[in-house]
Write a protein that binds this ligand. Structure first.
Ligand code: C2E
Ligand code: MG
Ligand code: MG
Ligand code: MG
Length: 282
């Protein structure tokens, strides 16, 4: 590396940056082989009604990558890489398709209105074939579009407003609903938010964990709930870990939630057993 410093632009290229890039390249190569050898899979986390009935209203599809040695690479680490390399388009399509097929099986357990929430990356959402693929997934699986929800983040919804607005309307025309994920962590303009054809706000985990703190805890969560009420949007909270949080959220007027208190994300077989046990207990 030192030898390359003859070229001016390489002088600032420190060893640390070099090893960071090497690490990313290595991770990208192993992501490619993980895709090829089918080491990616999907887990599903239940979303429940926070009210007394505690009905399961939906599940969120979350991707997992398990290495040959049994270790996991968290999505927060490889999704950004998959986005930067464009691989997210193929991976995202696969998640969408798999989740729709899974929804058919889950609804057949006796939950005909169960909802499937799928995270969609900005790159995937902007891809010219996205709507066609969405439509194809609906047709091939025959699911009710009303039971499919796409989770996009605030930044996705805010950037390139005209294009996003049009795409969101087209998604909505298919009958699919849209949730804004990690709400409260971005910089949404309220006037823009009001124009978006969306159905749900998802309170970020960070604001849910704050609920336990005496000072200032819960201010943002209650603001999001209030905002949802004013804009006629449903609100769901993610990352609920204890009863106190669930009770506070319910008191604020947030009616749906998801988190370890109810269940961790599960593979289909495990989820099926969990759902059946829950159905049997009422
Ligand atoms: P997210 O969409 O906000 O998903 C919620 C994350 O919170 C998940 O992390 C979930 O496992 C975790 N979680 C749920 N309940 C609790 C709880 O009670 N306590 C704690 N500590 N954590 C909880 P995960 O599965 O690691 O996913 C991280 C992020 O990766 C997701 O955040 C999402 O942005 C992204 N992601 C996951 N799967 C996909 C995918 O298929 N496509 C895309 N584009 N992104 C995905
Ligand atoms: Mg999500
Ligand atoms: Mg989220
Ligand atoms: Mg999150």
């Amino acid at each position: 590396r030192a030898k390359k410093s003859r070229r001016g632009s390489f002088v600032t290229f420190s060893t640390e940056m070099g090893s960071d890039i090497r690490e990313r390249v290595r991770l990208l190569q192993s992501l490619r082989s993980a895709v090829e050898s089918e080491r990616l899979f999907i887990v599903y986390q239940p979303q429940v009604n926070l009210g007394r009935d505690g009905d399961v209203v939906g599940v969120e599809a979350l991707i997992r990558w398990r290495n040959e040695d049994g270790t996991f690479v968290p999505p927060d680490r490889f999704i950004p890489l998959a986005e930067a390399s464009g691989m997210i388009v193929a991976i995202g399509d696969w998640v969408l398709r798999m989740s729709c097929h899974e929804l058919v099986r889950l609804q057949a357990l006796g939950l005909p209105n169960l909802r499937m929430s799928v995270n969609v990356s900005q790159i995937q959402f902007r891809h010219p074939e996205f709507l066609d693929k969405l439509n194809a997934a609906l047709i091939d699986t025959g699911i009710n579009p009303k039971c499919l929800e796409l989770e996009i983040t605030e930044s996705v919804a805010m950037e390139d407003a005209d294009f996003m607005l049009e795409t969101l309307h087209l998604v909505r025309e298919l009958g699919i609903s849209i949730a804004i994920d990690d709400f409260g962590t971005g910089y949404s303009s309220l006037s823009h938010l009001r124009q978006l054809p969306i159905d749900r706000l998802k309170i970020d985990r960070a604001f849910v964990s704050e609920l336990n703190q005496q000072v200032s805890g819960g201010h943002i969560a209650s603001m999001v709930v209030e905002l949802g009420r004013n804009l006629n949007l449903t609100v769901i909270a993610e990352g609920i870990e204890d009863e106190a949080q669930a009770e506070t959220l319910l008191r604020m007027g947030c009616h749906e939630g998801q988190g370890y208190l109810y269940a961790k994300p599960m593979v289909p077989l495990q989820l099926k057993e969990w759902l059946q046990a829950r159905l049997a207990s009422r």
